[in-house]
Unconditional design. Structure first.
Length: 121
């Protein structure tokens, strides 16, 4: 699976270098579709396994730390920008607003999925 993804990425970079961007995108998109198809086949097949319990624990810890670092870091950055904006320094523009909406959508999605996983029957 990883080899297919690497092939897609390499073909995209090579196609950019030789001015064949569309061809590289097509190969990359096909590689991504095949890799995800293979991933879901292996994940939901009874006879095959992607990872054991140690890998799942490591994945959970890495995901948790990533969300905490990016979440708390972004929250601190947004509060600092709002303070700057309140003091009269223009710091909230369209880009920051878009990032704030993206941040909100991320956390709402995370919260909904967490509640769904917690209360599903």
């Amino acid at each position: 699976m990883y080899g297919i993804i690497v092939l897609g990425v390499v073909s995209l970079f090579v196609s950019v270098r030789v001015d064949q961007y569309l061809a590289g995108l097509v190969v990359y998109a096909a590689a991504v579709v095949v890799a995800f198809g293979l991933y879901f086949y292996v994940r939901y097949s009874d006879s095959l396994a992607i990872a054991d319990e140690r890998e799942r624990t490591l994945e959970r810890r890495a995901s948790h730390l990533t969300v905490q670092l990016l979440g708390f870091g972004s929250l601190f950055a947004f509060v600092a920008l709002f303070i700057l904006d309140a003091t009269g320094r223009p710091s909230i523009g369209p880009t920051v607003e878009t990032l704030l909406y993206t941040y909100t959508v991320f956390w709402v999605t995370w919260g909904v999925l967490r509640l769904w996983l917690k209360y599903r029957s």
